[in-house]
Design a protein around this ligand. Structure first.
Ligand SMILES: [Zn+2]
Length: 620
């Protein structure tokens, strides 16, 4: 509206930007018609952005790899044709940099994926430097040879690419830290879990010298137009939550609208609020607790699970109550089947399980005080898992090189160093890979440690990445095995051959387990609002395409108070519930359930057990 040429770009693999503008968007920028100003929008598709980037550099990359490793052109072509896991964030960042260089826009606003993966994305310039270092090491052999032959070394296209990578990385790193050119606004909800996540994220960013300029607290409950226990309790709760926000950033409060804002007109109202910032909820009346009185038949969360299940995944859009639902499902299942060993595990890099239970958690399985004795809880630490596996592979690869010795086309010392740095490269976006490796070990092994694993997944886009990962990894393992076999018999591969074979078998078992509706169930969690509903319908369709059974759709936090505003919100919720019901029928979802809104929301073993026992209602 101020005359700038603006691009808004979503880097979330499950974007909602088009839903917010109420118009279909694409992977290239499209104009969004406005009464004044020039706005374009794009939903960046990481795989196609990466393909574009690779295609422009494929020949050079191939020749770096052919000259720098013992692989031949066929091997390299085969590896480059595979999808690369865990580099969505890198691809998105490269695409933003490309769009910025096009000079078509004065300002680019990036709508990022939820917390964990945004932190990964902002750390990506370093990964790019690491990639350049590996390529540079591969070029070393060539450089030495050229110097010996010609007496001097002149940079070729391959070296230019290495320099380009370093330059791009440095430029991105500088841009993210230059307060006159880039700024980070963190968006959160006025709830303890979201505020804790925000404080952690702001701190993590500041430790890398990226400053969060403003924190936008969204969907704050406005002062009720008349006496309302819901709104009073909610405002007291929100005000306490906001007061715990430890960050020096400028704070902006945006009030909840009766209906989720969609379309230009509604979004402009939000823009006015952001510009003006409304008052924070005041210190409050004495009402502290409130519960919706929901209709429908009572149910237990574990009712949606059949006894043969081994893996239950809870997933959905960020902020819909995934973690609380996963925790209630695990508690309920552990109580229902005391003889079964249940593991509740979070694979979201921005973990919230500890905040829901109110206890410290780590990568070690632990009993939650007051919880069932057959339940363990764990927050997966991808770097620990990847580190452990990396150590095993480094050892096995060293063995291979020890046997190779020197001579021939092999230069053992140099190849070993390239191989090591390739393994060390493991980009920070490998959370999904780590999760899959871990599940493969703990539930699809010969003697599984757990009878039931309940997984609190990262929000939609990355939950889907996780489920696509086993097939992708199997392609990689097969390609690596066949390349290794080409150079020496499997017997001589020793431990490495055995490990890859085991991994391949484990991934095969995991894929069977995921595709078997008796063993694996996905529970889609959503809110009675338009954007989460639209996203959960897309998620369910995608899961069907992946042949993963959706056991239930759970609609969180249903019910409002008695003031005029609450009545309007409640009727908007009912419309959304009807729409969710219609979609769920069409998609043949076996169970649709709602969970009641509570202030404060369920927390700790007691609170969760109580909510699981009395707050769930079955629609069918
Ligand atoms: Zn109210």
């Amino acid at each position: 509206m101020r005359g700038l040429r603006v691009l808004v770009a979503s880097t979330d693999p499950a974007p909602s930007l088009g839903d917010a503008f109420e118009r279909p968007l694409a992977r290239t920028p499209r104009r969004v018609p406005l009464p004044q100003g020039r706005l374009s929008a794009v939903e960046i598709n990481a795989p196609s952005a990466l393909k574009r980037w690779l295609d422009e550099r494929r020949a050079t990359l191939e020749s770096i790899a052919v000259e720098g490793t013992w692989l031949d052109r066929d091997d390299i072509a085969r590896l480059l044709s595979l999808s690369l896991p865990g580099i969505d964030e890198l691809a998105a960042l490269l695409e933003i940099s490309r769009l910025a260089h096009s000079r078509r826009f004065d300002l680019i606003i990036v709508d990022t994926a939820p917390t964990g993966h945004t932190l990964r994305m902002l750390g990506m310039p370093q990964t790019l430097v690491d990639v350049a270092v590996v390529f540079d090491r591969m070029r070393e052999k060539h450089r030495v040879m050229e110097e010996a032959l010609r007496g001097a070394w002149r940079p070729a296209a391959e070296d230019v690419l290495v320099t380009e990578l370093v330059d791009t990385a440095e430029e991105l790193a500088r841009l993210l830290r230059d307060r006159s050119r880039a700024t980070v606004s963190w968006v959160t909800l006025p709830e303890p879990m979201a505020i804790a996540e925000t404080s952690d994220a702001v701190q993590a960013l500041e430790s890398t010298d990226i400053r969060v300029a403003s924190i936008l607290v969204n969907r704050v409950t406005p002062r009720p137009p008349s006496e309302c226990r819901h709104c009073d309790a909610r405002r007291a709760f929100e005000s306490t939550a906001i007061s715990k926000l430890r960050a020096a950033a400028n704070r902006v409060v945006v009030e909840a609208m009766d209906v989720e804002p969609r379309g230009i007109r509604a979004l402009r109202l939000v823009a006015v609020q952001i510009a003006g910032s409304v008052e924070e909820p005041g210190k409050a009346r004495t009402v502290r607790r409130w519960r919706a009185k929901p209709a429908g038949a009572k149910m237990q969360p574990a009712d949606i699970l059949v006894p043969s299940l081994k893996l239950v995944l809870a997933g959905g859009k960020g902020g819909v109550g995934k973690t609380t639902t996963a925790a209630a499902l695990a508690l309920s299942a552990a109580a229902k089947w005391p003889e079964r060993r249940v593991l509740l595990i979070s694979t979201d890099p921005a973990h919230s399980l500890a905040d829901v239970f109110g206890v410290k958690l780590s990568d070690q399985n632990r009993v939650v005080p007051g919880g069932p004795s057959n339940l363990r809880v764990r927050e997966l630490d991808a770097s620990v898992v990847i580190g452990r596996i990396r150590d095993r592979y480094v050892e096995a690869i060293d063995q291979v090189f020890d046997r190779l010795g020197g001579g021939g086309r092999f230069d053992a010392a140099q190849d070993r160093s390239v191989m090591r740095s390739l393994i060390d490269l493991a980009p920070p976006g490998l959370d999904e890979l780590a999760a899959v490796l871990e599940i493969t070990e703990v539930i699809s092994g010969a003697a599984p440690e757990w009878d039931l694993m309940v997984m609190d997944t990262a929000p939609t886009g990355h939950a889907l990445r996780l489920l696509e990962m086993p097939a992708l990894m199997q392609d990689w393992v097969r390609a690596l095995m066949s390349i290794l076999l080409k150079y020496q018999g499997v017997a001589r591969l020793g431990d490495l051959g055995v490990m890859l074979l085991e991994l391949s078998k484990g991934l095969g078992r995991l894929r069977e387990l995921l595709a078997d509706s008796r063993e694996t169930a996905f529970v889609v969690v959503t809110r009675p609002a338009a954007l989460p509903r639209l996203e959960s319908v897309r998620l369910t369709r995608h899961l069907k395409r992946l042949h993963i059974a959706v056991a239930a759709v759970i609609v969180s936090a249903v019910g409002r108070g008695t003031c005029k505003r609450c009545l309007r919100v409640a009727s908007a919720q009912r419309r959304e519930l009807l729409a969710i019901g219609r979609a769920a029928r069409t998609l043949k979802i076996p169970t649709l359930a709602t969970t009641e809104a509570r202030v404060p929301p369920p927390f700790g073993v007691r609170g969760l057990e109580d909510w699981a026992g009395t707050g769930w209602r079955r629609s069918w």
